[in-house]
Design a protein around this ligand. Structure first.
Ligand code: DX5
Ligand code: ZN
Length: 220
């Protein structure tokens, strides 16, 4: 079993001092920086693009874990890779050529990830699970930070764990949405090993360092 990792979602960071927030998260020991890209079509919100990835790249050497919630992701892969993304994850929903998309991400020297919305069953992964470095199970409906964790997604995390073992693929199992010191252990028990957290890190009453510590302690 791989060591658990924390990927800090900057969607909840304060962009008036993004650099300070990022540095504090890094010092607190987060492992990856998660960049949520939203286009107002695939999800009902607009967030950030390659320019912010480039900004993060200039601030940190941590792996940049880019989560694309956009229509036609193929059109933007070159730009995100050039901006400094290390990992690029794309949704399986609404992408008839997902196999090609994943191939293209790898050809750009980025590690491909596949993302499943809460309404998408694990079986849709069957043909591509061997191609990816990461399977991201959304534990909220994508579009906004700070939403409540959906416990119904836990069964899918375990199911994907079994699928990975069966297919002898060993992608990282990542969860994203509503991850807190209370919900993280539930997903860990189900098999998740990379925990995306935005609100729980950047909006914690006691600050970023205490927030990251609380998440780490919850892993045990
Ligand atoms: C939701 C995004 C998440 C989000 C994290 O569409 O993909 O990465 O920022 O959620 P919270 O804030 O719940 O940790
Ligand atoms: Zn995300």
């Amino acid at each position: 079993m791989p060591t658990p990792l924390i990927s800090a979602s900057i969607l909840s960071a304060n962009f008036a001092h993004l650099e300070a927030d990022l540095r504090q998260a890094e010092q607190a020991g987060v492992d990856w920086i998660h960049v949520d890209v939203m286009d107002g079509h695939f999800v009902p919100n607009i967030s950030m693009g390659p320019m912010i990835v480039e900004t993060c790249r200039a601030i940190t050497t941590l792996p940049l874990d880019v989560h694309l919630m956009i229509d036609n992701p193929d059109d933007f892969l070159d730009a995100f890779a050039a901006a400094g993304a290390n990992r690029i994850s794309v949704h399986i929903e609404g992408n008839p050529n997902i196999h090609r998309t994943l191939q293209k991400i790898r050809s750009l020297n980025c590690l491909p990830g596949i993302v499943l919305n809460p309404g998408t069953p694990a079986c849709t992964l069957q043909e591509v699970i061997g191609m990816v470095d990461l399977v991201l199970v959304m534990t909220v409906n994508p579009g906004y930070g700070g939403q409540a964790f959906l416990p119904d997604t836990l069964g899918k995390i375990s199911e994907i764990q079994r699928m990975s073992q069966k297919s002898q693929a060993s992608p990282w199992s990542q969860v994203d949405g509503g991850i807190t010191p209370r919900t993280l252990p539930l997903t860990y028990s189900a098999g998740a090993r990379v925990f995306v957290a935005g609100n729980a890190i950047f909006n914690h009453d006691d600050g970023i360092t205490a927030a990251v510590r609380a998440l780490k302690v919850s892993i045990g």
